[in-house]
Design a protein around this ligand. Structure first.
Ligand code: NI
Ligand code: MN
Length: 225
C-alpha cells in the first residue's frame, strides 16, 4: 500500500490498482499550492465528515475522477443535491467493496457542511485488504471509541490528526496508538492553520522515544504504508 500526501488531511492510498482519495481539500490550502489537482486520479473518494477542510474539492474532484464517493448518508445526500450521483452512502457499519472491507466507525468531533446543513456523524474508516490493513481516524479527539478498534483486527498503519486544538495533538495521538495497538502512524491535520502548527522534529522524536514511528510526509510525497 502506498500513500501520497496532498496536505492537511487529504491523501491518496493505492491498494493494488485501486486508488482511494480521502478528504479532498487542496485548492484552498496555500501549503499545497504545488499539487497539480488536475492530475489526480481516483476510483473512490472517502469523506470522514462535512467540514470545509475535508470537502472543499470534493465535488470538483468527484466530477474529474468519476470516483465513487463513500461517506455518511447525510453528506452523500448533500452531494446528490449538487448533481453527483456516483455515490455509496453508509452509516457506522461494515461494507465489502471490490478492494476489501471497510468498517465505518465513530469519531469524536462535529460535522456541518459548508452551506450550514447537517453533515451527518463524523467518522473514521478501517480498511482491511489483501495488501494490508489501515485505519484513518478522521478528525477526532482522544476517545473511548479507540478501545473498540483492536476488535476489528490487526492494523499495519494508522493515519490520524496530530495538530491539536480541533483534534488530537501529538501526545494524544501517541496514547491513541497504544489503544488501537498500532505503532506505525502517519500524522495529518497539522500546520495548515495557525491553531494547529506543530514542531515536526519534536513530534517525530516523541514517537521514537516511545518505540513507535510517526511519519509526517512532505506534501506531494509518496510513502509505503
Ligand atoms: Ni473537522
Ligand atoms: Mn478538519
Amino acid at each position: 500500500m502506498e500513500l501520497t500526501f496532498y496536505g492537511h488531511a487529504c491523501f491518496l492510498v493505492k491498494i493494488g490498482a485501486t486508488k482511494i482519495l480521502f478528504d479532498p481539500f487542496i485548492s484552498p490550502n496555500p501549503l499545497a499550492k504545488d499539487i497539480d489537482i488536475n492530475s489526480i486520479e481516483a476510483d473512490y473518494i472517502f469523506v470522514s465528515h462535512g467540514h470545509e477542510d475535508h470537502v472543499a474539492d470534493l465535488l470538483s474532484l468527484a466530477k474529474q475522477t468519476q470516483a465513487t464517493v463513500v461517506s455518511n448518508f447525510e453528506l452523500i445526500t448533500w452531494l446528490g443535491k449538487q448533481g453527483y450521483e456516483k455515490v455509496h452512502p453508509m452509516n457506522f457499519g461494515t461494507r465489502t467493496f471490490d478492494f476489501g472491507t471497510v468498517h465505518f466507525v465513530p469519531a469524536a468531533h462535529s460535522s456541518a457542511l459548508p452551506d450550514g446543513s447537517y453533515g451527518g456523524n463524523p467518522g473514521g474508516f478501517i480498511f482491511k485488504t489483501e495488501a494490508g490493513n489501515f485505519y484513518y481516524t478522521g478528525d477526532t479527539s482522544l476517545t473511548a471509541e479507540f478501545t473498540m478498534i483492536p476488535y476489528y483486527g490487526t492494523l499495519d498503519a494508522a493515519i490520524m490528526p496530530v495538530g491539536g486544538n480541533f483534534t488530537m495533538n501529538v501526545e494524544e495521538a501517541l496514547i491513541a496508538s497504544n489503544i488501537i495497538k498500532c505503532d506505525n502512524i502517519v500524522g495529518v491535520h497539522y500546520d495548515t492553520f495557525g491553531y494547529i502548527v506543530i514542531d515536526k522534529t519534536a513530534s517525530i522524536q516523541q514517537f521514537k522515544d516511545a518505540g513507535k514511528t510517526l511519519r509526517l510526509p512532505e506534501i506531494g510525497a509518496t510513502i509505503t504504508l
